[in-house]
Design a protein around this ligand. Structure first.
Ligand SMILES: NC(=O)c1ccc[n+]([C@@H]2O[C@H](COP(=O)([O-])OP(=O)(O)OC[C@H]3O[C@@H](n4cnc5c(N)ncnc54)[C@H](O)[C@@H]3O)[C@@H](O)[C@H]2O)c1
Length: 256
């Protein structure tokens, strides 16, 4: 259990769901983890739970990822607390549904702020800190919706597609500068979290999961650990020749 032993990681949106599972996975495999979230109570509770099983490898950091100034402060605090920064997982996100005609302009803007602008702010603030502690790895959680569109996902499709390509730009920049920092994106389909319940309305949770699973060739939706294992691989030095890539975790959807 030491695939990321001694590494120092910041994970955004880590109060619950995929982010929390990623923090737990990285800590179990030897990393120190900073759980950054706008839900500070949730992040503290998650850090406490991780500490109970990993001898104090986790701490919580307050961060609204839409605020560039808060990024500087949160990363500085985490860097100081852990004595460095090697891994950034940009996971915080929201999904507001709506087609191009019906989506509120505020919801379009909010989605781009939380899901896309945050990734730019985070990588921009992290690179100077990570450079001093290379090798480093940035993992951006996009979505299969960043590669395949849906009629009622105008803003989410746009934001997640932006994450996909800006990750490649960041990867090429870091390679050109010989920073020894890699950047890759992950593209999950439906993962069993609260987000699914917030997006699929009008069905009971079990019914919603059965309905979604029918769209997946493997016959089920994903678990948070399906994503966390991919993050562990990309965060570790095992993936040291992988940068600017996209990893699809979609149970075969995009193969159809
Ligand atoms: N669940 C899915 O089906 C699915 C599929 C593909 C991609 N994703 C992506 O995975 C990521 C995590 O999704 P999840 O299902 O765990 O969602 P979730 O709603 O369960 O958790 C999201 C977390 O992000 C935090 N967050 C939201 N806005 C924030 C902000 N402004 N600043 C800081 N933190 C903020 C929330 O407090 C929460 O802890 C998101 O980027 C999402 O788009 C999810």
């Amino acid at each position: 259990m030491s695939r990321v032993h001694g590494k120092k990681a910041v994970i955004t949106g880590a109060a619950r769901g995929i982010g929390r599972a990623c923090a737990q996975m990285l800590a179990r495999h030897g990393a120190q983890v900073a759980l950054a979230d706008v839900d500070t109570g949730g992040a503290e509770a998650a850090a406490e739970a991780i500490n109970a099983e990993t001898d104090g490898r986790a701490h919580a950091v307050a961060l609204d990822v839409t605020d560039a100034a808060q990024w500087e402060h949160a990363l500085g605090t985490a860097h100081e607390h852990m004595g460095g920064l090697n891994i950034l997982v940009n996971n915080a996100g929201i999904c507001i549904t709506g087609n191009v005609e019906e989506l509120d302009i505020d919801d379009w803007q909010r989605t781009l702020d939380v899901d896309l602008n945050s990734v730019f702010y985070g990588c921009r603030a992290a690179l100077p800190l990570m450079r001093d502690h290379a090798p480093g790895s940035i993992v951006n959680i996009s979505s299969i919706s960043g590669l395949i569109a849906g009629h009622n996902l105008a803003a989410y499709n746009a934001a997640k597609a932006g994450v996909w390509l800006v990750t490649k730009s960041i990867a090429l920049h870091a390679a050109r500068k010989a920073y020894n920092i890699r950047a890759n994106s992950i593209h999950p389909t439906f993962i069993d979290t609260d987000m699914v319940d917030e997006v699929v309305t009008g069905l009971d949770p079990a019914e919603a999961r059965v309905k979604l699973a029918r769209q997946v060739p493997l016959g089920r939706i994903g678990t948070v650990d399906d994503v966390a294992y991919a993050v562990l691989y990309l965060a570790s030095d095992e993936s040291q020749f992988m940068t600017g890539s996209e990893l699809k975790l979609d149970g075969g959807i995009s193969a159809m």
